[in-house]
Design a protein around this ligand. Structure first.
Ligand SMILES: CC(C)(COP(=O)(O)OP(=O)(O)OC[C@H]1O[C@@H](n2cnc3c(N)ncnc32)[C@H](O)[C@@H]1OP(=O)(O)O)[C@@H](O)C(=O)NCCC(=O)NCCS
Length: 220
């Protein structure tokens, strides 16, 4: 797949930010997580997986404003509830939380856009998930993008492009070919990023069993 065309308009920062949710780090919290909440175990597993693959990656500041900034990070602990809320905001249907959790845990890469502000006398500090892209991969040849979205209140200011470019930078650096299944309404967005439809005559086929709603994508 072709690399993104435009340069990445981002300032790389050495600063490291805490994850969206507190990681399981202390003996007490690890014990608590192991014994009680399956969600925390999944988040801890996701954090460990992301840390293993992308441990050396710095966060990238994509936008700085008077009140805060939007940061691209691969080390945020995104919960199913946060992703579900973002999906609802762009009008996507809700999915079972346990499945969303498993999808996050099993993804090769979960890249998040996080809006941060230090707060003021009148407003509390903010740390909110405002965008996401995740990739599944065999880790050797292919990666496929899923759940690429930006909060409606921050769309059309270049964040979607930067999110995909940063995600592509990480995947291409690992020698992976990248594909995705595009919403027809967003084709222009992908094409201006260098993606092409059906390169070399390839066709995407979807298996649709008559008794099931779920489909399995077959890439030839
Ligand atoms: C698609 C999406 C991620 C784009 O995010 P964004 O932050 O608005 O995108 P950007 O501001 O970086 O736009 C980059 C370019 O793509 C264009 N673009 C953005 N969204 C587009 C869309 N839905 N359709 C066509 N072109 C689009 C913009 O016009 C811009 O081009 P320009 O710089 O020449 O004006 C965002 O609209 C979104 O979350 N949509 C809902 C979820 C979705 O459809 N995801 C894609 C699934 S395949």
């Amino acid at each position: 797949m072709a690399a993104p065309g435009a340069p990445i308009p981002a300032v790389v920062t050495a600063a490291r930010f805490p994850p969206l949710l507190r990681p399981v780090t202390t003996r007490r919290s690890r014990a608590w997580a192991a014994a009680s909440r399956p969600t925390w175990r999944l988040l801890a597993a996701q954090y460990a997986a992301a840390g293993a693959c992308f441990a050396g990656e710095d966060d990238v500041v994509l936008e700085e404003t008077e009140h805060g900034r939007v940061v691209f990070t691969t080390r945020a602990l995104v919960s199913a509830a946060e992703l579900d809320s973002l999906c609802s905001a762009v009008g996507w249907p809700r999915r079972p939380a346990a499945k969303v959790c498993a999808a996050l845990e099993n993804s090769f890469l979960v890249a998040a856009l996080v809006e941060e502000s230090s707060g003021s006398a009148s407003a509390p500090p903010l740390r909110e998930l405002v965008g996401l892209a995740r990739a599944t991969s065999d880790g050797a040849f292919e990666a496929t993008l899923w759940d690429v979205l930006v909060s409606p209140r921050l769309q059309r200011r270049g964040l979607g492009r930067a999110l995909v470019q940063q995600t592509m930078r990480l995947l291409l650096a690992r020698g992976l070919s990248v594909s995705l299944f595009a919403d027809p309404a967003a084709l222009a967005f992908w094409e201006q990023l260098g993606f092409v439809q059906e390169p070399g005559g390839l066709r995407g086929l979807f298996f649709r069993p008559p008794q099931r709603q779920q489909s399995i994508a077959l890439k030839l």
